[in-house]
Ligand binder design. Structure first.
Ligand SMILES: NC(=O)c1ccc[n+]([C@@H]2O[C@H](COP(=O)([O-])OP(=O)(O)OC[C@H]3O[C@@H](n4cnc5c(N)ncnc54)[C@H](OP(=O)(O)O)[C@@H]3O)[C@@H](O)[C@H]2O)c1
Length: 335
C-alpha cells in the first residue's frame, strides 16, 4: 500500500519467450523523491494497457526503446496533481502523462498535459480521445486516404482502435463497413455499433467470410492483426486499394515470424498501396482530430467502450488478457 512518499509500481522481472506470464512482472514499492522546482506529484486514477507494450518487453530495436529488466513499466495514464511546485499545474489539476503502471508518479510539469474530466470521463483520454482514437482517425483519413464511398474492412474491430475505425468510416460516408473480431459475441457487438457486416475470424475461412461480407470488394483495409487477415484483405481489395498497416497483433507473441501473406505479389497487379503508420505521426494534427471527433463523442454517434480492471497490481493480468482478446474497447486499469 502506498503512502504519500512511496509508490506501488509494476516492474519488468524478466523478458518473455512467447506469450507473457505473471513471472515476467513484479509489483514493488519505491520511495519517491521530494519535488524539485517545476515538478508535480500525480496520483494516477486510471492507467492504460496496450498491445505495443508486448514489443517493449523484448530487447530489440524499435520505434520506442525496450523496457529494462528490474525497471518500472511506463505507459499512458490519467491522474490528479496532489502536490505541486509548478504554477502551470496546481494541486487538483487532472493530467495525462506517460508514467503509468504505478499509483503515484513524480513528473516534470512539462511532461504532463491538463485535461477536463468533468465533461468527459478520465478513461476517454486513454481511448477515444487519446492515442488509440488519434491512431484510428489518422490511420483512416491520412494513411489510408479514406474517401466517401469507400468500402472499408478493419480487423481487431471490437478493440480500442478498430471500433473507432469502423464507426468513423461509417460517419464519414463509407459505402460499406466490415469488421472482424474473435467470437460470436464480439461480432454481434460490431453490428450494434453500426458495422454493415461482422466476421468472427475464429469460425475459420476468413477469405470466404470476407468475400461474402464484401461482395463488391473493399477499397480500404485497416490492419490491426497482420498474417492471415492481411492475406485475406489483399485478396478482397479492389484495384488501387489502400492498406493502413497499424498493427500485427497475431504475431506479437510469435517466436518465429509468420510466412503470410502468401499472396503479396497481388499488390503489383492490383496496384495496391500498403503504408505503415505510427500514432505519433498525427500528433501535430491533434486539434483537427478533436474538432472532428469530440462532437460525435458528445452526441453519442460515436460509441466507445472500456473494459476496466481494478488495482495497479492487476495491470499485468489485464495486459495478458488484452493480448488474449478479453477486452471489448479500451482495456484500462483503475488504480
Ligand atoms: N501504429 C500505431 O501507432 C498503433 C497505435 C495503437 C495501436 N496499434 C495497434 O493496433 C492494434 C489494436 O490496438 P488496440 O490498442 O486497439 O488493442 P485492442 O484491439 O483493444 O486489443 C487487442 C485485441 O487484439 C485481438 N487479438 C489478439 N490476438 C489476435 C490474433 N491472433 N488474431 C486476431 N486478433 C487478435 C483481440 O481481439 P479479438 O477478441 O478480436 O481477437 C484483442 O482484444 C494492435 O495491433 C496495436 O499494436 C498501433
Amino acid at each position: 500500500m502506498s503512502t504519500d512518499r512511496t509508490s506501488t509500481r509494476i516492474v519488468l522481472a524478466s523478458r518473455p519467450t512467447g506469450a507473457p506470464t505473471a513471472e515476467n512482472f513484479r509489483t514493488e514499492t519505491a520511495e519517491l523523491p521530494s519535488l524539485e522546482d517545476g515538478q508535480v506529484l500525480v496520483r494516477n486514477s486510471v492507467v492504460s494497457v496496450d498491445p505495443y507494450m508486448r514489443g517493449r518487453m523484448d530487447d530489440r530495436p524499435s520505434y520506442i526503446p525496450p523496457f529494462q529488466v528490474d525497471e518500472p513499466l511506463t505507459g499512458h495514464a490519467v491522474g490528479e496533481v496532489v502536490e505541486s511546485r509548478s504554477d502551470a499545474l496546481p494541486v487538483g489539476t487532472q493530467v495525462t502523462h506517460f508514467a503509468g503502471w504505478r499509483d503515484l508518479a513524480v513528473l516534470n510539469a512539462a511532461d504532463a498535459r491538463a485535461v477536463d474530466t468533468t465533461s468527459v470521463p478520465d478513461a476517454a483520454y486513454l481511448g477515444v480521445l487519446g492515442m488509440p482514437g488519434l491512431t484510428a482517425w489518422g490511420g483512416l483519413t491520412r494513411t489510408a486516404e479514406f474517401r466517401e464511398g469507400d468500402a472499408v474492412f478493419v480487423s481487431g474491430a471490437a478493440g480500442a482502435v478498430g471500433s473507432m475505425v469502423g464507426q468513423l468510416a461509417r460517419l464519414m460516408g463509407a459505402s460499406r463497413v466490415i469488421g472482424s473480431a474473435g467470437g460470436p459475441e464480439k461480432a454481434a457487438h460490431l453490428r450494434e455499433l453500426g458495422f454493415d457486416a461482422a466476421i468472427d475470424y475464429r469460425a475459420g475461412d476468413l477469405p470466404g467470410q470476407l468475400a461474402e461480407a464484401a461482395p463488391d470488394g473493399i477499397d480500404v483495409y485497416f490492419d490491426n492483426v497482420g498474417g492471415d487477415h492481411l492475406e485475406a484483405a489483399i485478396g478482397a481489395l479492389n484495384p488501387h486499394g489502400r492498406v493502413a498497416m497499424c498493427g500485427a497483433i497475431a504475431q506479437y507473441n510469435a517466436t518465429e515470424p509468420p510466412a503470410a501473406p502468401r499472396n503479396l505479389a497481388w499488390v503489383i497487379g492490383k496496384r495496391l498501396t500498403l503504408r505503415g503508420l505510427l500514432a505519433a505521426d498525427f500528433e501535430a494534427e491533434k486539434d483537427a482530430f478533436v474538432a472532428q471527433v469530440a462532437p460525435w463523442v458528445a452526441d453519442g454517434s460515436l460509441r466507445w467502450e472500456v473494459t476496466e480492471r481494478h488495482g495497479i497490481e492487476n495491470a499485468p493480468q489485464a495486459f495478458m488478457d488484452l493480448l488474449a482478446g478479453a477486452n471489448t474497447g479500451k482495456m484500462v486499469v483503475r488504480v
